[in-house]
Design a protein around this ligand. Structure first.
Ligand SMILES: O=C(O)c1ccccc1NCC(=O)[C@H](O)[C@H](O)COP(=O)(O)O
Length: 209
C-alpha cells in the first residue's frame, strides 16, 4: 500500500513541531539558512528535543561550510540534513550525514542530473530566479510526470491543503513538503497543518497499487 510521507518545513518553535508530529507529520524541517524562517542552532536543538520519537528532524542549509553543517547537525540531533543550495555530489558525500538534496524544477534534464546525487532523496522545489526555497509558488507538475527517477522524490513548492490531494494522486511522490501553504500571516497554523496531513494521507491511502 502506498502512503505518502509528509514533511512540514520552516517550523520555528517546539510547540508547533510537537503538534505537527502528533497530527501525523513524518518529518519536521528547521531552516538554518538566512531568511524569515531562520532559527538559531539553539532554537533548532530545543525543537528537536521537544519532538516525539520516530519523527524525522531535518535541518535545512544553503551552501554552508561542511564542518558547520556537521557540527550543527550533531548539536541539534538532526536525523537528516536538507541541502537547498548549489552543493555538489562530492560535498554531499563528504558530509557523512543522511541528506535530502533540494533541486529546482527548471527542466527534466536538471532533475535527471540530480538523480545521480549520493543522497537519500531529492526534494523537488519551484525554480524562481534569485529565490531559494519557501516561496509558496507551485511549478508545472507535468515536468515530473512519467519521469523515471531512481531516487525517491519529495514534491515541494506551493503545496497547500487545496492542491496536495491532486498532486499526490497525479505524481505519487515518495513525500510532500509544505511551508507557506500551512501558514497564516507568516506563522504556522495548526488547523492548516492538520488539514494538509489529512488530505495528503487520505488521497494516498485510496490511490491504487
Ligand atoms: O522556507 C524557507 O524559508 C527556506 C529558506 C531557504 C532555503 C530553503 C527554505 N525552505 C525549504 C523547504 O523545504 C520549503 O518547505 C520548500 O521550499 C517549499 O516551500 P513552500 O513553497 O513555501 O511550501
Amino acid at each position: 500500500m502506498y502512503s505518502v510521507r509528509i514533511k512540514i518545513c520552516g517550523v520555528q518553535d517546539p510547540f508547533t513541531a510537537e503538534a505537527a508530529a502528533l497530527a501525523g507529520a513524518d518529518a519536521v524541517g528547521m531552516v538554518l539558512a538566512p531568511g524569515r524562517r531562520q532559527v538559531s542552532p539553539e532554537q533548532a536543538r530545543a525543537i528537536c528535543q521537544a519532538m516525539p520519537p520516530l519523527v524525522a528532524r531535518v535541518g535545512v542549509f544553503v551552501d554552508a561550510p561542511a564542518d558547520e553543517v556537521r557540527q550543527i547537525a550533531c548539536y541539534c540531533g538532526f536525523d537528516l540534513v536538507q541541502l537547498h543550495g548549489r552543493e555538489s555530489p562530492a560535498y554531499c558525500r563528504s558530509l557523512g550525514l543522511r541528506c535530502l538534496k533540494g533541486v529546482a524544477a527548471r527542466s527534466r534534464q536538471a532533475l535527471e542530473q540530480a538523480d545521480n546525487y549520493p543522497v537519500a532523496a531529492l526534494l523537488v522545489d519551484t525554480y524562481l530566479p534569485g529565490r531559494v526555497g519557501g516561496t509558496g509558488q507551485p511549478f508545472d507538475w507535468r515536468l515530473l510526470e512519467n519521469l523515471p527517477l531512481k531516487l525517491p522524490f519529495i514534491l515541494a513548492g506551493g503545496l497547500h491543503p487545496g492542491n496536495v490531494g491532486r498532486a499526490v494522486a497525479l505524481l505519487r511522490p515518495y513525500g510532500v513538503d509544505v511551508s507557506s501553504g500551512v501558514e497564516v500571516n507568516g506563522q504556522k497554523d495548526l488547523q492548516l497543518i492538520k488539514t494538509f496531513i489529512k488530505r495528503a494521507k487520505e488521497v494516498s491511502y485510496h490511490a491504487a497499487g
